[in-house]
Write a protein of this length. Structure first.
Length: 604
């Protein structure tokens, strides 16, 4: 299927894979905002206006227009912005700043990935108390049900979402249809809500409420959570189907928020706005709607978890994170992957958050900080790129959006003491791993004493003449012949293991998402061949298959293992990360029976 073609099937599929998170925010957004805001008609209209323009500016302009115009190989996301920016930067310092910004953006997305499943699941389960006879359901029962949903959600990840995803789109289509219809029905009872399309009502609300009005922005942003998925999931679905689907989703969301506001004008004391509005409209249809909302929240969480797997794979392929064991769950789609360690770490974090916060409105106090952080970083990187590309109009638009992102981010600092620190604490974990790992790799590389090309070739010729070569072919992993890793010198010259044919295999990742090239380079000396594999960071590299196609039949494969000795607490963490991470022979699916790890001791 051509990813850029818009067909009803591709649009419906996008609804399921991209819009789950933003599509379920009407469940809790207004309910949370009016926990901290006086319930008057002027406030209802003012906040509705803020929601409409937040969706318009922070999702439609920032992501659908500006960010989605920046892609590489059809892929999107923070790592893609970094890969576009890096070649344009001259100084190492600027590259360092851009890299750290991107790493923070990635880490904040992980923080968001823990809170999203928790808040959507809890808020959907809380709709049960509006069923007849279930009004007095104790909170611990609702928490237990939310935990059961989480257990189910994380247990099915291993099966892969490609089979289930065919159902996601139709379910979300019904969900958005229900939001739009219920919204339209409620608007007819209070058509005054339509005037909220005028941004003046939002500005007036801010002026009237002063500092309190400014902090309300920290709750208003909940309507845009999941907006970053439009850009991050571009590689899965293609730009055009996502934009077409966003037109439908945007309309359904606006109608739902307008309908909920109309309902609030007539019933200002309502707490669980969406569910109470649906119950008053539909009677017996309320129970099926509750089931639909639970399915929608599961889909929202699912697409976010898949997104985190993709981000982790990008980080591993570009060497900013240690290798995790990766399972590929779909032969057709290279992006369908499962990382067990990440999956269960997310499950533990989501469960702790559900147990710790107990109620969705308390969890909303922690939600939004990571989202606005990610949006701000996206804004900064976009301004930088448009400026360097000399696109003044786009740069000006991106600056305006970036200023808006910063305003929302500052408003969200209000949440830090109320639980917002949670998303920061969660985001600190991947960020710490990235920083320790990248710095550790740099330190190890500096302490290795590689042999230069000329010395290596001379020693190789000398040893080959003197010693006995072993029949067959051996493969050695190597970055380039210009500096030969100590483990190769140790194997060949200290241990006397020289084969008739020694293939130096170099695997390098490009900053392009896709593309795979393999070729032999000119042989520097008889008995040594250079074989280079260059792959995009989203490519799944099956080294065994590549070697087979190139006609390389190996008897042994050698790779270097660093044994790190250190007294520094920081490097001890790095050494532990290295020990826990599977060797890349597992990552690149090599035949284990012919693989040999050669240990080099390194003192940090």
């Amino acid at each position: 299927m051509d990813m850029q073609k818009i067909s009803p099937a591709s649009v419906v599929k996008s609804l399921g894979l991209v819009f789950g998170d933003i599509g379920t925010s009407p469940i809790y957004t207004l309910a949370v905002i009016f926990l901290m805001t006086e319930r008057t008609e002027a406030n209802f209209i003012g906040i509705l206006s803020l929601i409409i323009w937040t969706l318009m500016l922070l999702v439609t302009v920032e992501y659908a227009w500006l960010a989605m115009s920046l892609s590489k190989g059809g892929e999107g996301g923070t790592i893609v912005l970094l890969s576009i920016l890096r070649p344009m930067l001259r100084s190492g310092k600027k590259i360092g700043v851009a890299s750290v910004l991107a790493f923070i953006g990635v880490s904040l997305l992980v923080g968001d990935g823990v809170i999203t499943p928790a808040i959507t699941t809890l808020s959907a389960v809380e709709g049960l108390v509006l069923l007849p006879g279930m009004e007095d359901t104790p909170q611990w029962v609702l928490v237990s049900l939310a935990l059961l949903v989480a257990v189910f959600l994380f247990s099915v990840q291993k099966k892969g979402s490609s089979k289930l995803s065919t159902l996601f789109g139709p379910v979300m289509l019904v969900w958005f249809g229900a939001l739009a219809c219920s919204g339209l029905a409620a608007i007819s009872e209070a058509p005054a809500v339509l005037k909220a399309i005028n941004p003046w009502y939002g500005i007036e609300f801010m002026q009237r409420n002063g500092l309190a009005g400014f902090f309300v922005l920290s709750e208003v942003i909940l309507c845009a959570t999941g907006g970053e998925a439009l850009y991050a999931d571009m590689g899965h679905m293609g730009r055009k189907p996502i934009l077409a689907a966003w037109g439908l989703v945007f309309t359904a969301l606006i109608l739902s928020y307008m309908g909920q506001t109309a309902f609030l004008i007539h019933h200002p004391d309502t707490n669980n706005v969406l569910f109470e509005m649906i119950r008053s409209q539909s009677g017996w249809l309320y129970a099926p709607f509750l089931v639909l909302s639970l399915l929608a929240t599961i889909i929202a969480s699912q697409s976010l978890i898949s997104g985190i797997f993709s981000i982790m794979y990008q980080c591993m392929a570009t060497h900013v994170m240690p290798l995790f064991k990766v399972d590929y769950t779909s032969k057709e789609m290279h992006s369908q992957i499962y990382i067990a360690s990440v999956n269960w770490a997310l499950f533990v974090a989501v469960s702790l958050v559900i147990i710790g916060f107990q109620e969705s409105h308390r969890l909303a106090a922690a939600y939004g900080l990571a989202v606005t952080g990610t949006m701000t970083i996206t804004g900064i990187l976009m301004v930088w790129i448009f400026h360097l590309r000399k696109r003044p109009w786009l740069c000006a638009a991106a600056v305006g959006i970036c200023v808006l992102d910063v305003i929302y981010l500052v408003a969200n600092f209000y949440k830090v003491p109320h639980g917002g620190y949670w998303s920061l604490v969660i985001a600190m974990i991947p960020l710490a791993v990235i920083l320790i790992y990248t710095q550790g790799q740099k330190a190890v590389y500096q302490r290795m004493l590689p042999m230069n090309r000329q010395d290596f070739i001379e020693e190789f010729i000398k040893q080959k003449k003197e010693g006995h070569t072993i029949k067959g072919t051996a493969i050695f992993f190597l970055r380039s012949l210009d500096s030969v890793s100590p483990y190769i010198c140790k194997t060949m010259f200290d241990n006397g293991i020289i084969y008739e044919n020694n293939v130096m295999l170099s695997i390098s990742r490009t900053y392009e998402p896709l593309g795979l090239e393999c070729h032999f380079e000119d042989s520097p000396v008889e008995g040594i061949q250079m074989f280079t594999v260059t792959a995009g960071y989203m490519e799944v590299v099956d080294v065994d298959a590549i070697l087979g196609e190139a006609g390389i039949k190996s008897r042994a494969i050698f790779y270097g293992v660093e044994d790190i000795l250190t007294r520094s607490p920081l490097w001890k963490i790095y050494a532990t990360i290295k020990k826990l991470a599977p060797p890349f022979v597992q990552f690149y699916k090599l035949p284990l029976q012919s693989v040999h790890g050669v240990i080099s001791r390194i003192v940090l």
